[in-house]
Design a protein around this ligand. Structure first.
Ligand code: NAP
Length: 250
């Protein structure tokens, strides 16, 4: 099974793969033949469901719990992946949260939580995979940012700052790792139907989306899949690919 699939023998770690976009990315990379590490924070049953969905179709996957904002948990996560799979070829930094509120009333803890998970988590996971990827002289890292990190959003100063930070981190890391054949790119979704957006006022948002609808997790997974496995993407690094229905142009 999977002998002709493009990701045979590759191991892909996806942070926050129990739900939403991360789940769709895990399924897409599993379908493509990668061994998928399904990271999660608080949803063991949902992570097991993702693993079961991949293995049911002949793919390979296993779950690993870790809070990606915790340095020792991240080091332990990567150690476990290397023990079990012996290499790590693809890292998708997807895990993220929102703690929305107007700046004037934003609690310091809400600022810190969002920066810790959305930005420092990407730093910690990226730093932890750098050594094994440098040794392999190959690797693809894809960071899930947001169009909000490009244009800002009232009520999301913490989230926008974290996602703008991810873009700067992506470009700097891309420059550092390019000499060893490792690419680092970001995907910037617009509004995607997941738990994160389920309480938003869709009517108010739709008028700002030229294509007239929210995107799906599978549409983000398609862009990630291209950057993670397509041979043509080997010459793309340090880029931000917007998948937003035309919300942000130029
Ligand atoms: P979601 O449905 O709320 O899922 C979030 C995922 O992140 C879950 O799997 C969750 O795990 C995991 N997670 C949260 N905190 C974590 C931590 N500390 N350590 C490890 N995993 C953690 O979110 P989503 O909409 O799929 O968003 C995924 C990414 O896309 C995020 O970075 C988000 O900012 C970005 N994004 C989303 C949209 C959108 O419209 N949905 C737009 C732009 C960007 P548990 O299930 O265990 O809690």
């Amino acid at each position: 099974m999977n002998s002709l699939k493009p990701l045979n023998e590759k191991t892909a770690l996806i942070t926050g793969a129990s739900r939403g976009i991360g789940k769709a990315v895990a399924l897409a990379l599993g379908e493509a033949g990668a061994e998928v590490v399904v990271n999660y924070s608080n949803s063991p049953e949902k992570a097991e469901e993702v693993v079961a969905a991949i293995t049911a179709t002949g793919g390979k996957a296993y779950p690993l719990q870790a809070n990606i904002s915790d340095e020792s948990q991240v080091e332990d996560l990567i150690k476990k992946v290397l023990e079990r799979s012996s290499h790590i070829d693809i890292l998708i930094n997807n895990a993220g949260i929102t703690r929305d509120g107007l700046l004037m009333r934003m609690k310091t803890q809400d600022w810190k939580d969002v920066i810790d998970i959305n930005l420092s988590g990407v730093f910690l996971c990226t730093r932890a995979v750098t050594r094994p990827m440098l040794k392999q002289k190959s690797g693809r890292i894809i960071n899930i940012t947001s169009v909000v990190g490009i244009i800002g959003n009232a009520g999301q100063a913490n989230y926008a700052a974290s996602k703008a930070g991810v873009i700067g981190l992506t470009k700097s890391t891309a420059k550092e790792l390019a000499p060893r054949g490792i690419t680092v790119n970001a995907v910037a979704p617009g509004f995607i139907s997941t738990d994160m957006t389920k309480d938003l006022d869709a009517e108010a948002i739709l008028s700002a989306i030229p294509l007239g609808s929210f995107g799906t997790p599978e549409q983000i997974a398609g862009a990630v899949r291209f950057l993670a496995i397509d041979p043509a993407a080997a010459y793309i690094t340090g880029q931000v690919l917007q998948v937003d229905g035309g919300m942000v142009m130029g």
